[in-house]
Ligand binder design. Structure first.
Ligand SMILES: [Zn+2]
Length: 93
């Protein structure tokens, strides 16, 4: 879920993560229109709608079980680390 910026309150699925920039790409969020000029014969100008990656600080995870925006906790399940919802303790993968 987006918690800040112009798409605040909307939710979507994260499609790509850019760790270097600390941004995530969520389809249909943070859209902007790009106007492309005609590029000669057979390539008319067009307007493309593209999504820009959002800063990770502007998004929160929605728990699949309790459906609330939540923070991630961790627990050890035998040998591996498992992500859990801080609110309802459900495992999240
Ligand atoms: Zn939960």
């Amino acid at each position: 879920m987006v918690t800040a910026g112009k798409d605040k309150g909307k939710s979507g699925k994260i499609e790509r993560i850019f760790p270097a920039e600390a941004r995530v790409l969520v389809p249909n969020m943070n859209q902007y229109k790009k106007h492309r000029k005609p590029q000669g014969e057979g390539r008319p100008g067009e307007i493309l709608t593209l999504s820009r990656p959002l800063p990770v600080g502007n998004v929160a995870l929605i728990c699949p079980r309790c459906k609330q925006p939540t923070r991630i906790g961790w627990r050890w399940d035998q040998t591996k680390k498992v992500r859990v919802c801080r609110k309802c303790e459900a495992d999240i993968d």
